[in-house]
Design a binder for this molecule. Structure first.
Ligand code: ES4
Ligand code: ZN
Length: 318
C-alpha cells in the first residue's frame, strides 16, 4: 500500500539499517561489538524507549564522514519515495555526532546535500529539523543550535527527543532562539511520559506539533485543546508497539483521536529499528483496524495540513 503522504516524524539515524551499519563500519575501520549482522539483529527486541536508545546511539559510531551522512540520507529518501512519501521533514540528532568528534559542518553538509537533491531524483521535497537531546543539559541544546546556525545549510526547525524524563523547561532558551531565527518548533512528548508533558511543551516551548502525544488521551481537556487549536500529533504506530507503549495495533486509538477532531498523522519514527517504513505503518494499521479509504484519505490530508510548507506546496500535496 502506498498512500501519498508527508512524513513528519522520522529520525534520520533511525533509518540506519544493519546492512549499512556493516558497510560503514568496514569503510571506516570501526570495530563493532557484535559477532555478525545476525547477532546485531537479535538485539532489536526492545523492552522500552531507553533500551532502544542505547542501541540507536551505539550504532551511530559508524557514521564518520560527510559521505556517510549523505549515503544514509540517500538510502532513506529512495525507500521513502518508493513508499509514497512526497514530502519529508527529517529529524537529525546533531549533538549525538558532535559529542563523538564529528563536526556539525560534516554532518549538516552530508545530510543537507542529499535532501536538496531529492526533489530532482525522486520528486520528493525535504526539510531538516535539528533535534535536541532531552537527556543532556538545556545549555548544550542552545550551543548545538548556535553551531548549526553557523553552517550554511537551510534549517526548517528544531525538535526535542530522547528519554522523556525531567522537565522540558531547560530547553526554553534553545526554543526561543529557534523562534527568533524563524525556525519551526516540535517536541516529543506523551510517548512514555504523561499527558502533562504534552501540555508543558505547548506552553513552555511553544511547539507547533507534538511528536507522539499518544498519552494526551489521558487528559480529556488536553485532547479538546489539541483539536480546537489544530495542533497535530505525529503518531508512530509500529514504534509504539515495538517500544511497548501500546500492547498491539488492534487497540491503537487513531480512530478515536480522529473522531475527536485531532489532526493525527501516521509516521515511521525509526523504521530500521521498528520493522517498517511509513507505508508499512499505514498498511499494518489498516489491517489491524479496518481503516476505510476515507479514513486513510483523512490521515494523508492531515499530513499535508501539518507539514511546514508553503500554501502552494501544501495544495500540491493535498
Ligand atoms: C526516538 Cl522513538 C524515540 N523516542 C524519543 N526519542 C527518539 N530518538 C529517536 N527515536
Ligand atoms: Zn521519534
Amino acid at each position: 500500500m502506498t498512500i501519498p503522504t508527508a512524513e513528519l516524524h522520522l529520525h534520520l539515524e533511525g533509518t540506519l539499517e544493519p546492512e549499512l551499519i556493516y558497510t560503514l563500519a568496514e569503510r571506516n575501520g570501526v570495530q563493532l561489538p557484535w559477532a555478525d549482522i545476525d547477532d546485531l539483529r537479535s538485539r532489536y527486541d526492545f523492552t522500552g524507549l531507553q533500551h532502544f536508545l542505547d542501541l540507536y546511539y551505539a550504532n551511530m559510531a559508524v557514521l564518520r564522514t560527510e559521505e556517510d551522512f549523505a549515503d544514509l540520507t540517500r538510502a532513506y529518501l529512495a525507500r521513502a519515495a518508493a513508499g509514497g512519501v512526497r514530502h519529508t521533514e527529517v529529524f537529525l540528532d546533531l549533538q549525538a555526532h558532535t559529542a563523538r568528534g564529528v563536526s556539525a559542518e560534516v554532518v549538516l553538509r552530508g545530510v543537507s546535500g542529499a535532501l536538496e537533491a531529492a526533489e530532482g531524483e525522486h520528486g520528493l521535497t525535504a526539510g531538516l529539523i535539528v533535534t535536541f537531546l532531552r537527556h543532556l543539559p538545556g545549555e548544550e541544546a542552545t550551543a548545538a543550535l548556535r553551531e548549526a546556525l553557523a553552517v550554511d545549510v537551510p534549517l526548517l526547525g528544531v525538535g526535542l527527543c530522547s528519554s522523556e524524563t525531567g522537565s522540558a523547561a531547560p530547553f526554553r532558551e534553545a526554543f526561543e532562539l529557534a523562534a527568533a531565527h524563524g525556525l519551526h518548533r516540535v517536541a516529543h512528548a506523551g510517548e512514555e511520559g504523561p499527558a502533562a508533558n504534552v501540555t508543558e511543551v505547548l506552553d513552555v516551548l511553544g511547539v507547533e506539533r507534538v511528536d507522539h502525544g499518544l498519552r494526551s488521551l489521558e487528559d480529556d481537556a488536553l485532547v479538546d485543546r489539541l483539536a480546537a487549536e489544530r495542533v497535530p500529533l505525529t503518531l508512530c504506530p509500529l514504534s509504539n508497539v515495538r517500544l511497548q507503549v501500546v500492547d498491539s495495533l488492534e487497540g491503537y486509538p487513531v480512530r478515536e483521536l480522529m473522531d475527536r477532531g485531532v489532526v493525527v498523522t501516521v509516521n515511521s519514527d525509526d523504521p530500521a529499528y521498528f520493522g517498517g517504513y511509513v507505508d508499512d505503518n499505514y498498511r499494518e494499521l489498516t489491517a489491524a483496524l479496518g481503516l476505510t479509504t476515507a479514513e486513510l484519505a483523512t490521515l494523508a490530508h492531515h499530513s499535508a495540513e501539518a507539514a511546514f510548507v508553503t500554501p502552494e506546496r501544501r495544495a500540491r500535496l493535498d
